[in-house]
Design a protein around this ligand. Structure first.
Ligand code: ATR
Length: 261
C-alpha cells in the first residue's frame, strides 16, 4: 500500500485527507492519505523519516519554508521560497500552479487588491506575476509581513502596501479583491458592506468553507472563486506529481465534497 500525508502543526482535519482517501477508493488506488502532526521543535529530527518512508507528501503551515533545505526544490519553489508537495526527494509548490490554473487571466481586472501576507499570498503573488500582472495593492494586518513579501518580489511585481485600516476605501476603488487570509474560516466577516464591493468584477476567497464574503458575492452577483476551487486545482497538481491522476474520477470525487455530501 502506498502512503501519502500532510505535514502539519497543529492538527486540523484536512480537506486533503477526506478527498484524497475517497479518491483512492473510487480510483482503485491502493493508498492511504494521513494527517501527520510534527511538533515544531522536533521538525529537524523527524522530517527525514517522513520524506523517506512516504510515497508523497504535502506540507502546510508552519513548515513550508523550513522543509526546503531537506529536499531538492524545483525552480518555482525556490523562487517562492516555499514547498508544499514532495515526491522522490524533490520539493514542489502546487499552490501557485493551483491558483494559476483556477482562473483565466482576462478575469483579473485591475486594480487588484490582495489581502494577507502569509504563505498562501506568496504563492498567489508569484502566480499573478506569471499571469503578467505588473502591480497590485497588498493589505495585511501585520505590515512587516507585507514588507517582507514586497522585498521577495521586488524585481517581479510592483507591490504597493496599504494599511488594513484603509481596506474599505481600497476595495471600493478596486476591480479584483483576493482574500488570502483565514478570515471567514470560522464565520468571521470583513467589515465591508455590499456597496463597498459594488465596483468589483471578481472576488477570489481562498477559504474553503462557505464564508460570509462568498455569500455576499453570490447574493450580489459578483463573480466569486472560492477556496474549494483553489484546493481542487492544487490537488490536481499534487496527483500529477505523484503520478496517480485520473481526471474524471478526481472530478467526480471533488464535486461530491464541494456539494457538501
Ligand atoms: P497561509 O499559509 O494560509 O497564508 P499564514 O501564513 O498563517 O497562513 O497567514 C495567514 C494570513 O491571514 C496572514 O496574512 C494573517 O495576517 P497577519 O500577518 O497579520 O497575522 C492573516 N489573518 C489571519 N487572521 C486574521 C484576522 N483576524 N484579521 C486580519 N488578518 C488575519
Amino acid at each position: 500500500m502506498k502512503k501519502f500525508g500532510l505535514l502539519e502543526y497543529p492538527h486540523k482535519e484536512s480537506l486533503s485527507k477526506k478527498v484524497f482517501n475517497e479518491y483512492f477508493k473510487k480510483a482503485n488506488i491502493d493508498a492511504v492519505y494521513e494527517d501527520i502532526v510534527i511538533v515544531p521543535d522536533n521538525f529537524d529530527d523527524e522530517i527525514n523519516k517522513y520524506i523517506n518512508s512516504y510515497d508523497g507528501l504535502n506540507v502546510t503551515v508552519p513548515f513550508k519554508e523550513k522543509v526546503i533545505k531537506y529536499v531538492e526544490p524545483v525552480e518555482e519553489a525556490k523562487e517562492i521560497n516555499a514547498v508544499n508537495c514532495i515526491f522522490n526527494n524533490k520539493g514542489y509548490n502546487t499552490d501557485w500552479k493551483g491558483f494559476y490554473n483556477s482562473l483565466n487571466p482576462s478575469m483579473l481586472k485591475e486594480p487588484i487588491v490582495l489581502v494577507g501576507a502569509g504563505g498562501a499570498s506568496k504563492s498567489i503573488i508569484y502566480a499573478l506575476y506569471k499571469m503578467g500582472i505588473k502591480k497590485l495593492f497588498l493589505v495585511n494586518r501585520t505590515v512587516e509581513k507585507a514588507e517582507k513579501l514586497k522585498k521577495i518580489f521586488l524585481s517581479k511585481i510592483d507591490i504597493k502596501i496599504e494599511s488594513f485600516d484603509h481596506l474599505q476605501s481600497i476595495i471600493r476603488t478596486s476591480k479584483t479583491f483576493i482574500n488570502a487570509t483565514s478570515i471567514g474560516m470560522f464565520g468571521e466577516s470583513f467589515n465591508l458592506e455590499v456597496r463597498d464591493l459594488s465596483n468589483l468584477s471578481l472576488i477570489y476567497d481562498i477559504v474553503y468553507n462557505n464564508t460570509p464574503l462568498q455569500k455576499i458575492a453570490k447574493e450580489n452577483n459578483i463573480k466569486c472563486i472560492d477556496g474549494r476551487t483553489f484546493w481542487y486545482h492544487q490537488g490536481v497538481e499534487n496527483l500529477k506529481i505523484w503520478h496517480i491522476y485520473t481526471p474524471e474520477i478526481f472530478d467526480e470525487t471533488f464535486k461530491t465534497f464541494a456539494r457538501g455530501e
